[in-house]
Ligand binder design. Sequence first.
Ligand code: ZN
Length: 148
Amino acid sequence: MKKYLVILGFLLFTQQIFAADECSVELTGNDQMKYNLTEINVPKSCEEYTINLSHIGKMPRQSMGHNVVISKTADKMSVATDGIAAGLDNEYVKVGDDRVIAFSKVIGGGEKTSVTFKTADLQAGGDYSFFCSFPGHVALMSGKVVIK
Ligand code: ZN
């Protein structure tokens, strides 16, 4: 019985590690206005998905802030434009913007943040993007979110 429990515990443990790996991703942004990823693959099997964002540069959030926003690709530019008007106090995201599926706060060099969303909010086969809504960053800091 004890042996069985140990094996069961091990299986649960490894499953948890697997789930944690599959349902989250490490995204970095730097002082050169670049993310490390151009695509994020979200498995449908994950109920929730987490993007862990690290700013690996040194510049402050006021001049080289980064966040991560998720929307349909078709809404990306208009969401980013409205975000500029919303300002840093609102993380460069328009308050109550229902085109935004998820967004993180804006961080500066050496800081970390994360954002979690429900995968049910993304339709399979839909065209979604992740991007930084800091003014002027969307052109360089953008990639696809693919649900599989
Ligand atoms: Zn940025």
